[in-house]
Design a protein around this ligand. Structure first.
Ligand code: HEM
Length: 352
């Protein structure tokens, strides 16, 4: 094709890449990379070498442009130009729910975020420090009787319990077991081929979502019943989200403060998934890095022992104690920097 000199064509602004096969695009190659155990790094690496830092592809039925330079990532994520909005792929929305923070439209996202961010205040989080510490201590004491410990599995066990406890005060028993199993199915389905055929990973994920929604539904009804009876409240996120019911704020109002039940349910599931996998993966990487850097482990252990000497053996750490761990805080930050726990943040371009 001939191009006029000094006259840029629209094609000059389209990132290089391949659309792959008709209909499926490059979805199969993307899936093969994910299932290879290395994640989709190989998929990105091969195309980066071929096309450069910015390339386009077609996966899950839509054009995706991958950018991997720091400058482009900053420009897109800061979104000062207002040209992008958060949007995960359609099949993820079907699993976590269309009202989830991960999938909501720009305006809706603002409303949801405003309500949900209140839950993460310092006084609120400080209530959970003791509970999280107890979970870790219980888990570690079970290691004594094990010949092999798979750190990621143990960390997932701790973080799933921590999320279910913080969100809905579910900490043991049948409900927790079901949630653990079903949440794992939803996570597996999130990057599976979106085939609604019985037996596929995606289909199992959708079925698991239905069962999780039913558990949360029952929990909401039970909370409302207890409120009507004036029974003791739970100290968890679900209770605080439902507490808005009591303020009598109009459901229909465009600038409503409270969330609908469907929004609460989608976002409870979103928080379990967003909090569980990320934190477990961060813990696992940190254990690996500490093993590889024994001098860092030594300084970290000394900081902890010094704190332990100051406190009684039967007490749990407080928020002040956490602020008294500058070295531990650096170890966490450096592990997060090195590990890229969330390697891929999709955004929807609002303009070409
Ligand atoms: C080490 C642990 C964690 C890491 C590395 C991490 C990382 C991230 C990142 C990078 C994002 C932005 C994704 C994007 O913009 O597309 C994100 C979003 C989010 N995370 Fe986390 N996260 C962690 C723990 C948690 C926990 C414990 C919770 C819940 C209790 C949580 C809930 C969320 C939610 C709800 C969002 C969506 C926020 C929004 O769209 O406004 N995360 N996380």
């Amino acid at each position: 094709m001939r191009k006029c000199r000094n006259q840029e064509s629209a094609a000059d602004h389209i990132p290089p890449g391949s659309r792959g096969l008709p209909f499926v695009g490059e979805t199969l190659q993307f899936m093969a990379a994910i299932n290879s155990g290395k994640g989709f790094y190989d998929f990105v690496l091969i195309r980066r070498l071929r096309y450069g830092n910015c390339f386009r592809t077609n996966i899950f039925g839509e054009t995706h442009v991958f950018v991997s330079s720091t400058e482009s990532a900053k420009a897109i994520l800061n979104n000062e130009s207002g040209k992008f909005t958060k949007r995960y792929i359609k099949s993820i929305a079907e699993l976590v729910g269309h009202q989830s923070l991960l999938c909501a439209s720009h305006q809706h996202h603002k409303l949801l975020r405003g309500r949900l961010s209140n839950l993460f205040s310092m006084p609120s989080l400080s209530l959970f420090i003791k509970q999280f510490d107890q979970l870790v201590v219980d888990n570690l004491s079970s290691w004594e009787h094990k010949t092999t410990v798979l750190v990621l599995d143990e960390a997932l066990e701790i973080t799933c319990k921590a999320m279910c406890k913080m969100l809905m005060s579910i900490e043991s028993g049948y409900k927790l077991e079901v949630l653990q199993k079903e949440v794992a199915r939803v996570c597996k389905a999130m990057l599976a081929l979106p085939l609604r055929v019985p037996g596929t990973r995606f289909y199992k994920g959708l079925q698991a979502r239905k069962r999780i929604m039913s558990i949360i539904d029952k929990e909401i009804s039970e909370r409302r019943r207890r409120r009507r009876l004036g029974a003791e409240y739970h100290e968890d996120f679900l209770e605080r989200l439902l507490a808005e019911d009591d303020k009598g704020i109009c459901y229909e109002a465009a600038n409503r403060q409270m969330l609908l039940d469907s929004e609460i349910k989608d976002n409870i599931l979103t928080m379990i998934i967003a909090g569980q996998d990320t934190t477990a993966s961060a813990i696992t990487w940190m254990v690996k890095y500490l093993d590889e850097n024994q001098e860092v482990l030594h300084v970290l252990r000394n900081e902890q022992l010094q704190l332990a000497r100051k406190t009684r053996a039967d007490t749990f750490p407080t928020l002040e104690d956490l602020n008294d761990m500058p070295y531990a805080s650096k170890v966490v930050k450096e592990s997060l920097r090195m590990a890229s726990i969330v390697p891929w943040f999709p955004r929807l371009a609002l303009h070409d």
